[in-house]
Ligand binder design. Structure first.
Ligand code: DGP
Length: 117
């Protein structure tokens, strides 16, 4: 799908609106989710403008790996690794995606059921 640069995560990347930043590097940033669904809930997003996971291509392979590495490193740093944490990517409105800039949810600090809703 076409990337809309007015989406809220693009605005966070441009520092037009604030976020509780946890991490920044040349490829991605991570910040706390404004509507947390667990005691710990943060998002890892690429700087590259990709609307949905479904829009990622072969040229994004290293970037996608970096997002997961960053998610795991932050989960360890926040003390979530031993108790377990969940990583979720909603791709498309039907899957629950509401902000159309690719993002990796990381949730921890409680038990999770399966299958997810
Ligand atoms: P999804 O439904 O997968 O597109 O997740 C979008 C998430 O983004 C949702 O958990 C709430 C969060 N969110 C929406 N707007 C903002 C915002 O302005 N700041 C922050 N930190 N999170 C936001």
């Amino acid at each position: 799908m076409t990337y809309d640069p007015t989406n809220v995560f693009a605005r966070i990347l441009r520092k037009e609106i604030p976020a509780q930043l946890l991490h920044e590097d040349e490829h991605c940033i991570a910040f706390r989710d404004a509507a947390p669904q667990a005691p710990a809930h943060f998002l890892v997003i690429p700087r590259r403008p990709i609307a949905r996971l479904a829009d990622a291509g072969p040229g994004d392979t290293a970037l996608l790996g970096h997002l997961l590495q960053t998610a795991a490193a932050l989960a360890r740093r926040l003390g979530l690794a031993d108790g377990g944490f969940r990583v979720v990517v909603n791709s498309g409105a039907g899957a629950g995606q509401s902000v159309f800039h690719l993002h990796v949810h990381v949730l921890g600090g409680r038990d999770f059921g399966w299958p997810p809703g």
